[in-house]
Design a protein around this ligand. Structure first.
Ligand SMILES: C[S@@+](CC[C@H](N)C(=O)[O-])C[C@H]1O[C@@H](n2cnc3c(N)ncnc32)[C@H](O)[C@@H]1O
Length: 606
């Protein structure tokens, strides 16, 4: 039966079936003595409504859409298993806090599992769930014996306005358990739903040294709630146990070297969210002890087998995804000598991407395209990069510019068919929303420059889990282009590109990449990550004969030449850097120079 939009268990129906519309003070005190809940009813009319509904045995409305509340109720089996796990880790709380308690499954599992509970606090924004939680607790106490009844408060409240400080000061000498499963929704999803279920614009990340949250930046409500609770309770004794997305755990740990919460013994138990919640997301139980020494690393386990997967977090001020692998390869955490580039971006794939079918170009609208060949280049996407040698492609693209911002008017005169095709599809260009196209020539593309036209490229997919590098050779005497999901470095000679690829595919480089790449991330490989590979350090660890096994045509002169070019590049970069530093310094000096009379050399040495 459903009352107040909440499911009501049979035992509770039977219980209230024996009551008439009695005074609220009387019924509340009865209920307080049976199940510990303070202010079970908040208005006399609620009792009347409940009793009348039970008597009439009528069901009310079905549940509305609750997307804006990130509503994924934890099933009782999972909440039981989480509490069992906590107990096995010697958690014995006196105070339970469930900040968004939903239907109360974590509260019931806690009651079933822990013997020492003296206080329970639940907060929930959705009134029917507040009722359901109260009914579930009453149901529990109607059918279970207990020695000391805990004092229970279930608040119908918005967590963003709730004052947790009051609870923390009342229980600052007791063992606390913060347990639950905060909403699984991001602020950008909420704004797309037009929802206001958000904290008042907060700078909670800025607070801890991160970029300010302007309301534009995407963050998870669960992350906000976790940080809010940790900032209030981490200084108290107890345990923090939240079911959250893995990405939220990563963000909390990423901030931990700035927020410096007193949390230790940090563990992540990965759950199967598809099975438990019917959603395809990587999620886990985040577990840690509060008010202990500050830890910056986390052990990740499988929730079901309890098998250790990896340890990740901060090592020597670097955030890494696998500490064991990182320690083995940390010496190549440095700076890559060349600049990794992202491929071409046009945001008009329907007309800018082509295939050849029966000798004719076909665009993504499946229309035949008749254009000159000059501006058409082979195109590779992340899915084409599997670590091998590539000299052809499935796809083609139109390259309208040689560098960013170049006028595209020349196409009309030099390639009239291409111009006609682009012009007849001008609507696709005009509707591109990204601000990068604003004020630019109409057929502009991005991710284009001299580097795009280098004949040989070493490339890697940004969106896939493969971390091996491919060698991209020219096709039909033209350089092959990559799309913006890929990263690459361009070379003038095949040998330079081939040596670089082999060095990057060496076990030590691959271990290093695996040790800093986060598999859960949408874009696992990023430019920042690639720029951390210290090629010179890899060269130090590479012997000519080992390299020759991978590149049979390599001779010693090629290898020496390659190393020499790199050394020259490093030298030139250093010269430029010194020059720049000198300019900065001399620009800063005149005023102080005048006032102190110091010479440049004195500044440098002091
Ligand atoms: C992922 S569900 C989990 C419910 C419960 N913790 C569990 O484990 O079953 C998130 C809960 O947060 C509640 N919620 C969403 N926004 C809230 C807010 N601003 N204040 C309090 N509760 C909120 C939702 O109604 C929902 O019950």
């Amino acid at each position: 039966m459903i009352v107040f939009n909440a499911n009501i268990p049979d035992s509770v129906i039977e219980f209230f079936g024996n009551y008439d519309d009695l005074p609220i003070s009387f019924i509340n005190s009865e209920l307080r003595s049976i199940c510990g809940i303070n202010s079970f009813f908040t208005a006399q009319s609620e009792i009347g409504h409940l009793v009348k509904t039970i008597h009439a045995n009528k069901n009310l409305l079905r549940e509305p859409d609750r997307a804006e509340y990130g509503d994924f109720q934890t099933n009782r089996n999972l909440s039981d298993n989480v509490c069992k796990l906590l107990k096995s880790q010697k958690t014995s709380p006196e105070v339970i806090i469930e900040p968004t308690c939903g239907k109360g499954n974590f509260l019931i599992s806690s009651l079933k599992t822990f013997e020492n509970i003296k206080f329970i606090y639940g907060v929930e924004i959705y009134k029917p769930y507040v009722w359901e939680t109260k009914f579930a607790i009453l149901d529990y106490f109607l059918s279970n014996d207990y020695s000391i009844l805990p004092e229970i408060n279930i608040y119908h409240y918005d967590i963003f306005d709730f004052d947790f400080e009051k609870i923390s000061s009342k229980h600052n000498n007791q063992e606390i358990l913060i347990v639950g499963n905060p909403p699984w929704v991001t602020n950008s999803k909420l704004s797309s739903l037009g929802s206001e279920n958000l904290p008042v614009k907060s700078n909670f990340k800025n607070h801890s040294g991160f970029d300010a949250l302007t309301g534009k930046g995407n963050f998870d409500i669960g992350e906000y709630i976790s940080i809010k609770l940790l900032s209030v309770f981490a200084k108290l004794n107890g345990t923090f146990a939240f079911l959250i997305k893995n990405s939220v755990v990563k963000n909390i740990l990423l901030e931990q070297n700035k927020t410096k919460f007193q949390i230790s013994n940090i563990k992540q138990f990965d759950i199967d969210a598809k099975k438990e919640f019917s959603v395809s997301v990587n999620a886990c139980l985040l577990l840690c002890s509060m008010n202990k020494e500050l830890n910056l690393t986390i052990n990740e386990y499988d929730f079901y087998s309890k098998k250790l997967i990896r340890e990740y977090g901060w090592v020597n001020n670097k955030f890494v995804s696998n500490i064991e692998l990182y320690i083995k390869s940390a010496n190549i955490d440095g700076k890559f000598p060349f600049v990794w580039r992202q491929g071409v971006k046009h945001d008009a794939s329907k007309i800018m991407e082509l295939e050849i079918v029966n000798g004719q170009y076909l665009n993504n609208n499946k229309e035949t395209v008749e254009i000159e060949n000059e501006l058409v280049f082979s195109l590779l996407k992340s899915s084409d990069l599997k670590g091998g040698i590539i000299d052809k492609s499935r796809k083609y693209t139109i390259i309208t510019q040689k560098k960013i911002g170049q006028e595209t008017k020349y196409i009309k005169e030099q390639y009239p068919k291409t111009y006609n095709y682009l012009f007849s599809n001008i609507a696709y260009f005009n509707k591109r929303k990204s601000s990068i196209y604003k004020g630019k020539p109409v057929f502009s593309i991005f991710g284009i420059g001299d580097y795009s036209f280098k004949p040989y490229k070493v490339a890697i997919a940004g969106m896939y889990k493969t971390t091996t590098f491919s060698l991209v050779n020219p096709a039909n005497n033209k350089p092959i282009m990559l799309d913006d999901t890929c990263y690459f470095v361009g070379f003038d000679t095949l040998m330079e590109a081939e040596i670089t690829r082999v060095l990057l595919n060496k076990e030590i480089t691959q271990d290093f990449i695996q040790s800093i790449a986060f598999k859960d991330a949408k874009r696992m490989i990023t430019k920042d990550l690639l720029m951390r590979i210290d090629l010179n350090e890899i060269i130090e660890k590479t012997d000519f004969y080992e390299l020759q096994l991978a590149i049979p045509m390599l001779n010693l002169a090629d290898w020496e030449n390659y190393k020499g070019n790199l050394a020259k590049l490093e030298y030139e970069k250093k010269q430029q850097y010194d020059l720049f530093a000198d300019q900065e310094l001399s620009a800063a000096i005149p005023i102080s120079n005048a006032s102190t009379g110091k010479k440049l050399t004195e500044y440098v040495s002091s």
